[in-house]
Design a protein around this ligand. Structure first.
Ligand code: PRP
Ligand code: MN
Length: 185
């Protein structure tokens, strides 16, 4: 285990099992419809890759790059910036957003609204993690994997200052890792 990690919350097998469960629900709900999946990078990188490969529903794949956190911060800046928009024409399409985590909800709130404003017929949300404690806007995930406590989690796509994203598990970051950074600046 990486020495900056306090505790593993979900290991590779648990993530994979949950992802399969979510895929089954999505397949079941959409049936024969063709959907557009929009993965929200960078955090959703691995979840999106793993989920999409086991979905049976017909789909077009796109990504957005969205960020709301300043690089070395553990709290959301509250400003949601779309660094790259969808490239596919989503008008009259059923869109499924694939995201790693819903925390304050600001990212998904803005992204969902943006996709609806651009003419999507429907927009649903699939998240691997939900941290309900810090919610600032009302937004619910249609398909969620795990509800987690109010700890700063990294791994499986989730990063802190862009580190730890490549861990194949999701773990709680030791507070001293970000506390020592705060003291430096
Ligand atoms: C993280 C995470 C979600 C968002 C959730 O992304 O990947 O997209 O924050 O937080 P919220 O519900 O409070 O908006 P971040 O902006 O850090 O960028 P990243 O995906 O590149 O890590
Ligand atoms: Mn993100």
């Amino acid at each position: 285990m990486n020495s900056d990690i306090d505790k593993i919350l979900f290991n590779k097998e648990e993530i994979s099992k949950k992802t399969q469960k979510l895929a089954n629900q999505i397949d079941c709900d959409y049936g024969d419809e063709e959907i557009v999946t929009v993965g929200i990078l960078r955090g959703a990188l691995f979840f999106m890759a793993d989920l999409l490969r086991i979905l049976n529903v017909k789909l077009l794949t796109d990504v957005m790059v969205v960020s709301s956190y300043d690089e070395s911060d553990i709290v959301s800046s509250g400003k949601v910036i779309i660094q790259k928009d969808v490239s596919i024409d989503i008008r009259n399409r059923d869109v499924l957003i694939v995201e790693d985590i819903v925390d304050t909800g600001l990212t998904l709130y803005h992204v969902k609204q943006h996709l609806l404003d651009n003419g999507a017929k429907s927009v649903k949300i699939c998240t691997l993690l939900d941290k309900p404690t810090n919610r600032k806007v009302e937004i619910t995930s249609d398909y969620n994997g795990f509800i987690i406590p109010n700890n700063f989690v990294v791994g499986y796509g989730l990063g802190y200052a862009n580190r730890y994203r490549n861990l194949d598990y999701i773990g709680i970051l030791k507070p001293e890792v970000y506390q020592s950074k705060e003291n430096e600046s």
